[in-house]
Write a protein that binds this ligand. Structure first.
Ligand code: NAD
Ligand code: SER
Length: 318
C-alpha cells in the first residue's frame, strides 16, 4: 500500500480510517472520496487529497485511480441494512454496481481492493452460535444478498483475473466520531449518546438479541493488518469472520451502568429491525482470521464503554 483511495470516506469507518492512514502513510498518499463533499466533516476533505466519486460511475473511480497512481482501493461506499430494506433498488445499485465498478478498475489498473462484508451475509439457516467461517449463507435482507454476492464476486476477480481482493465480515461497529449510516446494529452506538444526553434509552431491539460487535480502533486494525498481510498465508481472502464481543441490549446496558449508575433503559421493539437482527448470528467463530493473519482485538465491552463514554462526554461538551 503506497497510494490508497478510499471510497465512501465520509462515513462511519472512512472518517476514522482516512485520518489513521494519513498519519501512517502520509497525507498526500491517502485520497479520500465521496459522492459529495457535504456528506461529512471538513477534516477528511481538507487534510489531504479529496475526489468526488459516485461509485455507480466507473469513470469517477478510474479517473481518480489513474490521476493519483493508486495501488490500493479501500471500498467503503455502501448502503447499510436498515436503509437497504427501505430502499432495495438503491442498495442493489450502490452495493453491487459500485463493487463491480471498483473490481473492474482493479482488473484494468492492477490496484488491490479491500471491501468489507458483514455479519449480514448470514441468514436464519446459518448456525447462530459460534458461526463457522465456511457455512450456509442464505441472507434475508437486500443488504445481506449484496454482501454475500460481493464476497463471491471478489473471490471470482481474484481467481479469474488475479486482482488482489481482501475483506472481512464486520460485525456491528461502535464509534464516537461519525454516526453510523443506517444499520441494524446502530442502537449500540445510540445508547452511549442517549446515556450522556438524556440519562435514559429506549431500545429498538428485544433484551435477548445477541449480535457480534467491535469498537472502531479494532476495526481499523483489522483493515490495515489484513491489507498488509502476507498473501501466501491467506486461504480465505474476502470474507474473514472477525469479532471482538457478542452482547445483548441487557449486557451493554449493564456495562454502561458500571460507569453511569443512574442510567435507565426501556424497550420499544421495532419489528423490522428485530426481524433483521434475529436473522444474523449471535456470535462468530473468527479463528481463521486469527490463524491466517493474526487477528487479535484489544477492546472488550467494558473497555469500549469506558472509552466511548469518556470520548463522547468531551465531544458533546458534557
Ligand atoms: P456508512 O454508511 O457510514 O458510510 C458509507 C458512505 O458511503 C456514506 O458516507 C455514503 O454517503 C457513501 N455513499 C453512499 N452511496 C454512495 C455512492 N453511490 N458513491 C459514493 N459514496 C456513496 O458506512 P460504514 O459503516 O462506513 O460502512 C463501510 C463499509 O463497511 C460498508 O461496506 C458496510 O457494509 C461495511 N460494514 C459496516 C459495518 C458497521 O457497523 N459500520 C458493519 C459491517 C460492515
Ligand atoms: N452494522 C451493519 C448494519 O447493521 C452490519 O453490517 O447494517
Amino acid at each position: 500500500m503506497k497510494k490508497i483511495l478510499i471510497t465512501g470516506a465520509l462515513g462511519q469507518i472512512g472518517s476514522e480510517l482516512t485520518m489513521r492512514l494519513r498519519k501512517e502513510y502520509g497525507e498526500n498518499n491517502v485520497i479520500s472520496s465521496s459522492r459529495s463533499a457535504k456528506d461529512g466533516s471538513d477534516e477528511i476533505v481538507k487534510s489531504g487529497p479529496f475526489e468526488i466519486i459516485d461509485v455507480t460511475n466507473i469513470n469517477h473511480i478510474a479517473n481518480a485511480v489513474k490521476k493519483h497512481n493508486v495501488d490500493t482501493i479501500i471500498h467503503l461506499a455502501a448502503i447499510l441494512s436498515a436503509v437497504g430494506e427501505a430502499k432495495t433498488n438503491l442498495a442493489w445499485d450502490v452495493n453491487m454496481g459500485g463493487l463491480y465498478n471498483v473490481l473492474e478498475v482493479g482488473r484494468e489498473t492492477g490496484a488491490a481492493i479491500f471491501t468489507p462484508s458483514s455479519i449480514a451475509a448470514f441468514g436464519p439457516s446459518t448456525p447462530a452460535k459460534n458461526t463457522p467461517q465456511d457455512t450456509i449463507q442464505r441472507p434475508k435482507t437486500m443488504y445481506g444478498v449484496t454482501k454475500v454476492a460481493g464476497e463471491i464476486l471478489c473471490d471470482y476477480y481474484y481467481e479469474r483475473f488475479g486482482v488482489d481482493t481482501r475483506g472481512v465480515r464486520f460485525p456491528g461497529l461502535i464509534s464516537y466520531k461519525t454516526l453510523p449510516g443506517g444499520g441494524t446494529t446502530d442502537y449500540a452506538v445510540d445508547i452511549y449518546y442517549k446515556a450522556i444526553e438524556d440519562g435514559k434509552f429506549t431500545c429498538p431491539l428485544g433484551e435477548d438479541t445477541y449480535m457480534d460487535m467491535m469498537y472502531m480502533p479494532d476495526a481499523l486494525d483489522a483493515i490495515i493488518n489484513l491489507a498488509q498481510a502476507d498473501p501466501s498465508k491467506l486461504k480465505h481472502r474476502n470474507a474473514f469472520n472477525v469479532t471482538a464481543m457478542s452482547f445483548s441490549p441487557e449486557d451493554i446496558f449493564a456495562s454502561i451502568k458500571k460507569f453511569m449508575p443512574d442510567f435507565t433503559m426501556s424497550y420499544d421493539v421495532n419489528p423490522t429491525l428485530q426481524k433483521i437482527a434475529n436473522s444474523w448470528p449471535d456470535s462468530l467463530d473468527d479463528s481463521a482470521a486469527r490463524e491466517e493473519w493474526g487477528w487479535n482485538p484489544k477492546y472488550d465491552l467494558d473497555a469500549m464503554s469506558k472509552d466511548m463514554l469518556e470520548k463522547l462526554k468531551v465531544k458533546l461538551g458534557k
